[in-house]
Design a binder for this molecule. Structure first.
Ligand code: ADP
Ligand code: MG
Length: 238
């Protein structure tokens, strides 16, 4: 469980997040949806200490992340972004294995985990020796997910991961992600501004307006049936 407890973030004069509180339950997909600039990236990066709150705290299973070492924390949490960020001069298999090695796995374990995770995300061994630029956008994103899972994290943070992928491939990736989440019991915090994606994959959907203000949170069925206000109605296209 991830808890945001009265979290604020200021950048100079600007306020990215103001008094945000929310619980991200274990082994579920929580989708944070909001327009550009509503504080989604700031929020997700507070979980792995890429961003430090100006006030308030973020806790993982009751432990304030402020008390944890950032590097160790980041190795224990999967993180996937829109710009996949694979190393261009390493092969697909090397990209995934390397992360597991850095996290302390033996060469043999890292390689086995890398192969398992690549297989799970639908990357066959015919692609293992390719370089990232020899893959389609969808394939690169799959490798990005495999890489994030190679360290066997319980938590996966995803910041608009499928934004650059075309719609049909995107739907496949969403299906695969839901399957993997169930198989591994992952706690996923997923940021998107795509309403179709949000309504499809969320167990819990959190709709933000500027400053990380929660307009409504709950299961998608509930938001659909009873949108709290015009903002939610409009954002969800209801
Ligand atoms: P989102 O991911 O929803 O688009 P962000 O979390 O990236 O939103 O940004 C929220 C607000 O904080 C925006 O107004 C943005 O300009 C501002 N912001 C984000 N990061 C920085 C930064 N490093 N320095 C200054 N302002 C920032
Ligand atoms: Mg963002």
């Amino acid at each position: 469980m991830i808890e945001f407890d009265h979290v604020s973030k200021r950048y100079g004069e600007g306020i990215a997040l103001s008094d945000f509180s929310c619980v991200v339950p274990t082994a579920k997909i929580t989708v944070v949806m909001g327009l550009s600039g509503s504080g989604k990236t700031t929020l997700i990066r507070m979980v792995n200490k890429m961003v430090t709150p100006s006030s308030g705290s973020v806790r993982i299973d009751g432990v304030d992340v402020a008390t944890l070492d950032g590097v160790t924390l980041r190795r224990s949490i999967g993180y996937v972004m829109q710009e996949v960020g694979l190393l261009p001069h390493k092969t697909v298999l090397e990209n995934v294995t390397l992360i597991a090695r850095i996290a302390g796995q033996s060469a043999e374990t890292a390689r086995r985990n890398a192969i398992d995770m690549l297989t799970m995300v639908g990357i066959g061994n015919a692609l293992f020796a390719r370089f990232p630029q020899q893959l389609s956008g969808g394939q690169q994103q799959r490798v990005g997910v495999a890489r994030a899972l190679a360290t066997k994290p319980n938590i996966l943070l995803m910041d608009e991961p499928f934004g650059a992928v075309d719609p049909i491939v995107r739907e496949d990736l969403q299906d695969e992600l839901c399957r993997i989440q169930r198989d591994l019991g992952l706690t996923i915090m997923f940021v998107t501004h795509d309403r179709g994606e949000a309504l499809k994959i969320a167990d819990q959907l959190v709709v933000l307006s500027d400053g990380g203000y929660i307009e409504q949170a709950g299961p998608p069925t509930q938001l659909r049936a009873k949108p709290a206000n015009d903002f939610v109605r409009k954002l969800l296209g209801l």
